[in-house]
Design a protein around this ligand. Structure first.
Ligand SMILES: Cc1cc2nc3c(=O)[nH]c(=O)nc-3n(C[C@H](O)[C@H](O)[C@H](O)COP(=O)(O)OP(=O)(O)OC[C@H]3O[C@@H](n4cnc5c(N)ncnc54)[C@H](O)[C@@H]3O)c2cc1C
Length: 393
């Protein structure tokens, strides 16, 4: 299956130029500040404004909808680059292409794209995606948030979402509700909810283990009245919208995890060369070398799985299993790399000054978000065993 939504791939020279721009920005503008804004639990607005001016939020969104029209391979590389310094900026850079924007691109009307996707891709506003609920994280079909039609042809939403990111910045949320929980996935529909609609209540969680600069928390809908234009995609197709969003989202989680793992490898190599113990650099010790070798192999394997997923998406294919493999493997690799990096740094690994402590805290969260890794193992196993329940769309 091919998609008319895809733009031609970048030439290698164009790809390298974009990657270089993002790398230099991350090193020059982000690296000096990340420790402080991680501690403050808030992304600096001026940094996001600079990124918007450079077009960093455009990603794979086609140029006609305000994006950069990058191919998926270039996209994954720039998300990796920024994530070598701070993957939380990678979250915001990927949202227009993935968790928030991909459903709008595939299922939105022209008016919905003009109103929400174009400013999102241009970095003029931010969005959020409300999938997880207090009692249904992994089980999207178990959504309890309900919608009903109103007399004027609009909708009213009631329910609660949990752990929703961008509560502080989002101007709108793409979210999901059912007309009857007993209908399972066929009862689900997707909605666009402006964040300032009466009845939208936001309650951030503070002092998280990782992902601290991102504002995540509860999003409650208390009699939220929406117009007829709020439904995204056909009624009853919410599950398909959600899967479009999470598959693109998993590619970006994998890219961010590769960037984080690479940063752990880079920091470990430098530290192991510099740190003298028993009169020699610790890089001379075979057990340190073993950790570095394992990191180098797993980072490269994770990158290759991620790029395989990107290339499948670029061909317009449904990449459900590729996305699960990339997300699961890359986040496990990041967690292992971060643990080894802290070990190589000894006591200094515990200090926030070296960056690997932050990587260690963040890496654990990667194994949970956008589908806990156990869920991905189940999906992959079902595919291999030929017992997949979901039809390929
Ligand atoms: C920092 C952060 C940001 C987030 N941002 C967002 C966001 O923007 N939007 C959003 O919608 N969500 C967001 N989430 C939620 C995240 O996607 C969910 O936490 C994740 O999908 C797991 O759901 P859960 O926490 O409800 O785990 P549960 O579904 O309760 O699962 C708990 C554990 O049980 C195990 N398990 C569950 N089911 C199975 C099974 N079938 N087989 C084997 N093992 C199983 C797994 O080990 C899993 O980790 C965020 C979470 C965090 C921590």
């Amino acid at each position: 299956m091919t998609s008319d939504l895809l733009e031609p791939a970048q030439s290698e020279a164009e790809r390298e130029a974009v990657i270089k721009l993002v790398r230099e920005f991350a090193q020059d503008r982000v690296a000096p500040r990340v420790k402080d804004y991680d501690a403050a639990e808030s992304l600096p607005s001026d940094l996001l404004e600079e990124m918007a001016e450079l077009g960093f939020f455009g990603g794979v969104v086609p140029t006609e909808w305000g994006g950069l029209g990058l191919d998926h391979l270039t996209f994954t590389r720039i998300i990796e680059e920024v994530s070598r310094v701070d993957h939380c900026l990678g979250v915001l850079m990927s949202m227009p292409s993935a968790l928030v924007g991909s459903g709008l691109l595939k299922f939105g009307t022209t008016e919905q794209k003009q109103r929400w996707l174009v400013p999102l891709a241009e970095g003029r506003l931010f969005g959020g995606a409300g999938v997880t609920e207090p009692r249904s994280g992994s089980d999207v079909a178990g959504t309890q948030t309900r919608y009903a039609r109103t007399d004027g042809g609009g909708f009213v939403l009631n329910g609660a979402k949990a752990w929703i990111t961008n509560l502080d910045r989002a101007s709108f949320f793409v979210t999901f509700a059912t007309k009857d929980p007993a209908l399972g996935r066929s009862g689900l529909s997707a909605f666009i909810v402006p964040a300032d609609t009466p009845g939208v209540i936001k309650s951030p969680v503070h002092n998280k283990l990782g992902f601290r600069p991102l504002c995540s928390g509860d999003l409650t809908f208390d009699d939220v009245h929406l117009g007829p234009d709020a439904m995204l995609g056909p009624e009853g197709e919410g599950f398909a919208v959600a899967m479009t969003s999470v598959e693109q989202g998993r590619l970006s989680v994998a890219s961010r995890a590769v960037g984080l793992a690479q940063s752990c490898l880079d920091a470990s190599v430098q530290y192991a060369r510099d740190r003298i113990v028993f009169g020699q650099p610790i890089s001379d010790f075979q057990m340190v070398q073993q950790k570095i070798a394992n990191m180098a192999v797993s980072v490269q394997a994770a990158r290759l799985l991620t790029e395989q997923c990107a290339l499948a998406m670029q061909r317009g294919e449904r990449a459900r299993v590729e996305a699960s493999m990339a997300k699961m493997y890359a986040s496990d690799a990041a967690q292992a790399a971060a643990a080894d990096a802290v070990q190589i740094h000894g006591a200094y690994g515990v200090s926030e000054d070296y960056g690997v402590a932050r990587a260690y805290r963040d890496a654990k969260v990667f194994q949970i978000v956008e589908g806990a890794n156990d869920i991905h193992r189940v999906l992959i196993a079902r595919n291999v065993l030929g017992t997949t329940r979901e039809p390929r769309r």
